[in-house]
Design a protein around this ligand. Structure first.
Ligand code: IMP
Length: 204
Protein backbone atom coordinates (compact mmCIF):
# COMPACT_ATOMS: atom_id res chain seq x y z
CA UNK A 1 0.00 0.00 0.00
CA UNK A 2 1.28 3.43 -0.89
CA UNK A 3 1.52 6.14 1.73
CA UNK A 4 -1.16 8.81 1.38
CA UNK A 5 -0.38 12.51 1.33
CA UNK A 6 -2.37 13.97 4.21
CA UNK A 7 -2.42 17.62 3.13
CA UNK A 8 -0.24 20.67 3.73
CA UNK A 9 2.72 21.95 1.77
CA UNK A 10 4.65 20.10 -0.92
CA UNK A 11 8.02 21.37 -2.06
CA UNK A 12 8.47 21.07 -5.83
CA UNK A 13 12.10 19.98 -5.89
CA UNK A 14 12.99 21.29 -9.34
CA UNK A 15 14.74 24.38 -10.60
CA UNK A 16 13.42 23.81 -14.12
CA UNK A 17 10.63 26.37 -14.63
CA UNK A 18 9.07 24.33 -17.45
CA UNK A 19 8.69 21.32 -15.20
CA UNK A 20 7.52 23.34 -12.18
CA UNK A 21 4.77 24.88 -14.30
CA UNK A 22 3.66 21.52 -15.71
CA UNK A 23 3.60 19.86 -12.27
CA UNK A 24 1.69 22.79 -10.74
CA UNK A 25 -0.89 22.63 -13.58
CA UNK A 26 -1.30 18.89 -13.26
CA UNK A 27 -1.67 18.98 -9.44
CA UNK A 28 -3.96 22.03 -9.40
CA UNK A 29 -7.17 20.00 -9.03
CA UNK A 30 -5.88 18.38 -5.81
CA UNK A 31 -5.52 21.56 -3.77
CA UNK A 32 -1.97 20.85 -2.59
CA UNK A 33 -0.07 23.90 -1.35
CA UNK A 34 2.95 23.88 -3.69
CA UNK A 35 6.21 25.64 -2.82
CA UNK A 36 8.98 25.80 -5.47
CA UNK A 37 12.40 24.73 -4.12
CA UNK A 38 13.86 27.98 -5.47
CA UNK A 39 11.65 29.96 -3.01
CA UNK A 40 13.21 28.07 -0.09
CA UNK A 41 16.74 28.47 -1.45
CA UNK A 42 17.26 24.69 -1.42
CA UNK A 43 20.46 23.46 -3.10
CA UNK A 44 20.28 21.25 -6.20
CA UNK A 45 21.71 17.85 -5.18
CA UNK A 46 24.11 16.04 -7.49
CA UNK A 47 22.29 13.47 -9.63
CA UNK A 48 24.46 10.43 -9.00
CA UNK A 49 21.84 7.74 -9.80
CA UNK A 50 21.98 5.38 -12.77
CA UNK A 51 18.24 5.52 -13.51
CA UNK A 52 15.49 8.14 -13.73
CA UNK A 53 13.89 6.67 -10.57
CA UNK A 54 17.14 6.82 -8.56
CA UNK A 55 17.71 10.44 -9.53
CA UNK A 56 14.16 11.55 -8.74
CA UNK A 57 14.48 9.87 -5.32
CA UNK A 58 17.78 11.66 -4.65
CA UNK A 59 16.18 15.02 -5.50
CA UNK A 60 12.92 14.47 -3.61
CA UNK A 61 14.57 13.06 -0.47
CA UNK A 62 17.19 15.83 -0.41
CA UNK A 63 14.48 18.51 -0.54
CA UNK A 64 12.19 16.75 1.98
CA UNK A 65 15.01 16.43 4.52
CA UNK A 66 16.27 20.00 3.99
CA UNK A 67 12.81 21.57 4.17
CA UNK A 68 11.20 19.24 6.72
CA UNK A 69 8.24 18.99 4.33
CA UNK A 70 6.94 16.50 1.79
CA UNK A 71 8.71 17.06 -1.54
CA UNK A 72 7.97 16.09 -5.11
CA UNK A 73 10.75 15.67 -7.67
CA UNK A 74 10.81 14.71 -11.32
CA UNK A 75 13.67 13.16 -13.22
CA UNK A 76 13.01 12.88 -16.88
CA UNK A 77 14.65 12.76 -20.24
CA UNK A 78 14.62 11.78 -23.87
CA UNK A 79 15.62 8.21 -24.73
CA UNK A 80 16.65 7.67 -28.38
CA UNK A 81 16.72 4.04 -29.51
CA UNK A 82 19.32 4.48 -32.31
CA UNK A 83 21.64 6.22 -29.82
CA UNK A 84 21.53 3.34 -27.33
CA UNK A 85 19.20 5.30 -25.09
CA UNK A 86 21.17 8.59 -25.08
CA UNK A 87 20.80 11.29 -23.93
CA UNK A 88 18.59 9.51 -21.32
CA UNK A 89 19.43 10.48 -17.75
CA UNK A 90 21.94 12.96 -19.19
CA UNK A 91 19.28 14.91 -21.15
CA UNK A 92 19.78 18.12 -19.16
CA UNK A 93 23.60 17.76 -19.29
CA UNK A 94 23.58 17.54 -23.11
CA UNK A 95 22.42 21.17 -23.08
CA UNK A 96 25.50 22.25 -21.11
CA UNK A 97 25.77 24.80 -18.30
CA UNK A 98 23.98 27.43 -20.41
CA UNK A 99 21.01 25.11 -20.92
CA UNK A 100 21.37 25.50 -24.67
CA UNK A 101 18.74 23.11 -26.02
CA UNK A 102 19.22 24.28 -29.61
CA UNK A 103 22.77 22.91 -29.30
CA UNK A 104 21.54 19.73 -27.59
CA UNK A 105 18.98 19.11 -30.38
CA UNK A 106 21.71 19.68 -32.99
CA UNK A 107 23.90 17.18 -31.21
CA UNK A 108 21.11 14.59 -31.34
CA UNK A 109 20.52 15.23 -35.04
CA UNK A 110 24.25 14.85 -35.79
CA UNK A 111 24.42 11.63 -33.78
CA UNK A 112 21.34 10.30 -35.65
CA UNK A 113 22.98 11.10 -39.02
CA UNK A 114 26.15 9.30 -37.95
CA UNK A 115 24.15 6.36 -36.72
CA UNK A 116 22.19 6.20 -40.02
CA UNK A 117 25.45 6.42 -42.03
CA UNK A 118 26.79 3.51 -39.96
CA UNK A 119 23.80 1.41 -41.03
CA UNK A 120 21.60 2.05 -38.01
CA UNK A 121 18.79 4.33 -39.15
CA UNK A 122 15.71 5.03 -37.05
CA UNK A 123 14.20 8.05 -35.36
CA UNK A 124 12.17 6.35 -32.65
CA UNK A 125 12.38 7.94 -29.21
CA UNK A 126 10.47 8.22 -25.99
CA UNK A 127 10.34 10.53 -23.04
CA UNK A 128 10.44 8.96 -19.58
CA UNK A 129 9.47 10.67 -16.37
CA UNK A 130 10.01 9.34 -12.85
CA UNK A 131 8.18 11.24 -10.14
CA UNK A 132 8.95 10.78 -6.46
CA UNK A 133 6.99 12.02 -3.49
CA UNK A 134 9.27 11.89 -0.44
CA UNK A 135 8.66 12.60 3.23
CA UNK A 136 11.20 13.97 5.74
CA UNK A 137 11.29 10.56 7.53
CA UNK A 138 12.82 9.02 4.38
CA UNK A 139 9.72 7.32 2.96
CA UNK A 140 9.43 7.56 -0.86
CA UNK A 141 6.77 6.75 -3.44
CA UNK A 142 8.00 6.67 -7.07
CA UNK A 143 5.97 6.32 -10.28
CA UNK A 144 6.99 6.34 -13.97
CA UNK A 145 5.34 7.47 -17.17
CA UNK A 146 6.37 7.26 -20.85
CA UNK A 147 5.35 8.74 -24.17
CA UNK A 148 6.58 7.16 -27.40
CA UNK A 149 7.12 8.92 -30.69
CA UNK A 150 9.67 9.96 -33.31
CA UNK A 151 12.19 12.75 -33.76
CA UNK A 152 11.79 15.31 -36.54
CA UNK A 153 14.16 17.84 -38.06
CA UNK A 154 14.28 20.85 -38.12
CA UNK A 155 12.86 21.78 -34.70
CA UNK A 156 9.32 23.18 -34.82
CA UNK A 157 7.23 25.28 -32.44
CA UNK A 158 7.80 27.78 -29.68
CA UNK A 159 5.85 26.28 -26.77
CA UNK A 160 7.06 23.84 -24.14
CA UNK A 161 10.72 23.39 -23.19
CA UNK A 162 13.78 21.21 -23.63
CA UNK A 163 13.52 18.76 -26.54
CA UNK A 164 9.83 19.49 -27.24
CA UNK A 165 10.52 21.06 -30.71
CA UNK A 166 11.85 17.77 -32.17
CA UNK A 167 9.45 15.28 -30.56
CA UNK A 168 6.25 14.10 -32.28
CA UNK A 169 4.19 11.63 -30.24
CA UNK A 170 2.76 8.56 -32.00
CA UNK A 171 -0.62 9.36 -33.53
CA UNK A 172 0.21 13.07 -33.91
CA UNK A 173 1.73 15.28 -36.66
CA UNK A 174 2.78 18.26 -34.57
CA UNK A 175 5.67 18.49 -32.13
CA UNK A 176 5.21 18.91 -28.37
CA UNK A 177 6.40 22.51 -28.88
CA UNK A 178 3.57 23.15 -31.38
CA UNK A 179 0.92 21.74 -29.02
CA UNK A 180 -0.83 23.70 -26.32
CA UNK A 181 -0.01 22.62 -22.78
CA UNK A 182 -3.42 21.02 -22.39
CA UNK A 183 -2.87 18.74 -25.38
CA UNK A 184 0.62 17.82 -24.12
CA UNK A 185 -0.78 17.04 -20.65
CA UNK A 186 -3.27 14.62 -22.18
CA UNK A 187 -0.47 12.33 -23.38
CA UNK A 188 2.82 13.30 -21.73
CA UNK A 189 5.18 11.10 -19.72
CA UNK A 190 4.91 13.58 -16.82
CA UNK A 191 1.11 13.52 -16.84
CA UNK A 192 1.09 9.71 -16.88
CA UNK A 193 3.53 9.46 -13.94
CA UNK A 194 1.55 12.07 -12.05
CA UNK A 195 -1.74 10.25 -12.69
CA UNK A 196 -0.23 7.14 -11.09
CA UNK A 197 1.09 9.13 -8.15
CA UNK A 198 -2.23 10.91 -7.62
CA UNK A 199 -4.14 7.62 -7.75
CA UNK A 200 -1.82 6.08 -5.14
CA UNK A 201 -1.07 8.97 -2.77
CA UNK A 202 -3.89 11.50 -3.18
CA UNK A 203 -6.95 9.44 -4.03
CA UNK A 204 -5.99 5.92 -2.91
P1 IMP B 1 16.43 16.55 -15.26
O1 IMP B 1 15.27 15.62 -14.99
O2 IMP B 1 16.32 17.82 -14.49
O3 IMP B 1 17.73 15.85 -15.13
O4 IMP B 1 16.30 17.06 -16.77
C1 IMP B 1 15.54 16.42 -17.71
C2 IMP B 1 15.76 17.04 -19.05
O5 IMP B 1 15.05 16.20 -19.98
C3 IMP B 1 15.15 18.41 -19.21
O6 IMP B 1 16.06 19.43 -18.98
C4 IMP B 1 14.75 18.38 -20.68
O7 IMP B 1 15.85 18.61 -21.45
C5 IMP B 1 14.38 16.95 -20.93
N1 IMP B 1 12.93 16.79 -20.77
C6 IMP B 1 12.27 16.19 -19.76
N2 IMP B 1 10.94 16.28 -19.92
C7 IMP B 1 10.77 16.96 -21.08
C8 IMP B 1 9.60 17.39 -21.78
O8 IMP B 1 8.45 17.21 -21.37
N3 IMP B 1 9.84 18.05 -22.91
C9 IMP B 1 11.07 18.32 -23.40
N4 IMP B 1 12.19 17.97 -22.79
C10 IMP B 1 12.04 17.29 -21.63
Amino acid sequence: MSRRFEGGKIVIASHNQGKVKEIADLLAPYGADLVPASELGLPEPEETGQTFAENSEIKALGAAREAGLAALADDSGLVVAALDGAPGIHSARWAGPNKDFAAAMNRIEEALSESAAAGRPGRQAHFTCALTLAWPDGHVETFEGHVHGRLVWPPRGGKGFGYDPIFVAHGHDITFAEMGLEAKHAISHRAEALKRLVAACFEG
